[in-house]
Design a protein. Sequence first.
Length: 167
Amino acid sequence: MIRIGCRRIDFLSRPDSAPTVMLRIAGYREALLSSGITPAPRWIHSGEPTDEKFVQAIVGDGATAVICANDLTAANLLRTLDTLGCPVPQKIRVAGFDDVRYAELLRPSLTTIHQPCVDIGTIAMQVMLERIENPAFPPRDILAQPTLIVRQSCGAAGSSNPLSSNK
């Protein structure tokens, strides 16, 4: 979204989200900062994406894009934005995280981060078996490479002019 010109990108999660959401927020902040954008604290929201007043407040405050903590939150946000008559991606752009099976079926289809779940499961099993064989192995961090799946909801897919007026 930064690459296609968005400068006011908000982050949305639901209350009591998984602890990994804090890491996603940290990544969101780091991406903005490394692009020269200082995120304001009010750009990070915790609330229900089905709450029309809550969503209207986000749009009314000037958000031009919203990164959601997961695809379910994004799907609910898309539905609420549609109810409010706020067209995606023409007025606001939306992206999620997970690449659930139905993300491509949403209208507009959802831009998302695909998590390599098979790889994650395989790595977890290998590490568990190594730990059983060698209980003294020290803890370690292992990172799996996610993939950005660009679809219609961000305004970049299938368009020769990715909505340059929505910045």
